[in-house]
Design a protein around this ligand. Structure first.
Ligand SMILES: Cc1ncc(COP(=O)(O)O)c(C=O)c1O
Length: 419
């Protein structure tokens, strides 16, 4: 790491280290040179159609573009527009509202919600608990806010949620900090596509409840990152777990990071919310005061036009049905692509960590960076992570999803023979 010149020591950062943006640039260049047919670009974390164009929901963009200028240009309230704050709770829970005091504060995407959770529910220097396969920006957000991260192995030997490792890490951090914030990105986890099952949630909740009762002076915060929820399960299945996570002891707080980026193809509109399910009204009011203050102190307020768009969609049955139909249409396409990839991977014994749903599939391997470099030579762009490669069926046609496993296996084998 370079020495600080003008910035403070803890703010010295290396430039150009984001692995996704670096490889995405190279993929775009190769597509321009060789044409899109010749390139498998699985670097993008957004839903793309089979021609490589960004999917945008008509219900969303017709609504946004029909808004009068003042509803786009005006400032939003610091906490978010009041009607949006109601509708986003509906968008988050649908018919699966848990027991507790539910409040929401608008944030710029799920990222803003993660930031507020980290900043307000852990002490400076505290360690936040993540799964060992994780969305890299969690670490960036933690470091930006002078927190650390620790990971636990997400999978057990059966390839399901590693409850024992989770328990051990929670207890260890509680012993040290008397407070723990754990992030569970489910359903359809990034980068693996794993979904914590309802039975696994029951076991997590039983453990958290027992621990909270045993340690009444401790504080346990569960942050559920829902970035991919609308591309998981059938109907509202993926939301069943929310009801399990209700009626918690007074020293447990559940927070949800809800994002309209993927669910409503609103990535660049920077819209979402942090939502609490608090065990008491006081804790809920504290959440509202604190997160509103955090909005003012970090980005002031959110994107008004995006809030108005969501409010309109959730206030008009026909529009809502149209948005849901678009979501479900693309969910089916994503499912078909992912199924094609998994099927081909199985045929050739390409190992995958358990995938359930969502934008990404992960392939564990020992030399991810080298394997990703080898794949680039074959016009195939797959993101290298710490523990493997991340393939993105959200961004690649079904035909390319079928072709990719073979190329990936070959690249992994080449890196094994080199080492
Ligand atoms: C796991 C996860 N959480 C949260 C987000 C937040 O996205 P946004 O800030 O666009 O809502 C993303 C986006 O890629 C993600 O993958």
């Amino acid at each position: 790491m370079k020495k600080a010149q003008m910035v403070i020591e803890s703010s010295v950062r290396e430039g150009g280290t984001d692995p996704i943006f670096r490889i995405a640039g190279e993929a775009a260049k190769r597509t321009r040179e060789c044409g899109s047919e010749a390139v498998i670009n699985s670097t993008i974390g957004a839903l793309m159609d089979d021609n490589g164009n960004l999917v945008t929901f008509k219900a969303v963009y017709d609504t946004l573009k029909a808004l009068p200028n003042h509803l786009i240009a005006g400032y939003a309230g610091l906490a978010g527009q009041p009607d949006f704050l109601e509708k986003i709770i509906e968008a988050c829970f649908m018919t699966c509202k848990p027991e507790g005091y539910i409040r929401s504060i608008a944030t710029p995407g799920g990222t803003g919600a993660v930031r507020h959770a980290f900043y307000n529910y852990t002490e400076f220097g505290d360690t936040i608990l993540l799964t060992d396969w994780y969305w890299a920006p969690y670490k960036t957000i933690a470091h930006e806010n002078r927190r650390e991260v620790k990971t636990f192995p997400m999978y057990n030997e059966k390839g399901t949620f590693n409850l024992e490792a989770y328990k051990e890490s929670v207890l260890e951090l509680l012993e040290k900090q008397k407070r723990v914030l754990t992030v569970l990105n489910t359903p359809a986890h990034n980068p693996t596509g794993y979904t914590i099952s309802d039975d696994e949630w029951k076991a997590i909740v039983a453990f958290i409840t027992e621990t909270a009762k045993d340690q009444p002076d401790s504080k346990i915060i569960i942050l559920v990152d829902l970035a991919y929820i609308d591309f998981a399960g059938e109907g509202e299945d993926a939301r069943n777990f929310m009801k399990i996570l209700g009626g918690m002891p007074h020293n447990v707080l559940t927070l949800y990071a809800f994002s309209t980026s993927k669910s409503y193809t609103m990535y660049g509109l920077r819209n979402g919310a942090i939502i609490c399910v608090a065990p008491t009204e006081d804790i809920a009011q504290e959440f509202v005061n604190t997160c509103t203050y955090s909005n003012r102190g970090s980005w002031s307020n959110g994107t008004r036009g995006a809030m108005e768009t969501i409010t309109k969609i959730f206030s008009n049955e026909e529009l809502h049905a149209q948005a849901m139909a678009e979501q479900s249409f693309y969910k089916c396409i994503l499912r078909r692509r992912a199924a094609a990839f998994v099927e081909e991977a199985r045929k050739i014994d390409l190992p995958l960590v358990t995938y359930c749903d969502g934008f990404f599939i992960s392939i564990p391997c020992d030399h991810p960076k080298e394997a990703s470099d080898k794949l680039m030579e074959k016009n195939t762009f797959v993101v290298a992570l710490g523990k493997g490669l991340r393939f993105a069926p959200c961004a690649v046609s079904e035909e390319k999803c079928r072709r990719a496993p073979d190329l990936i296996l070959e690249a992994i084998k080449e890196t094994e023979t080199c080492s």
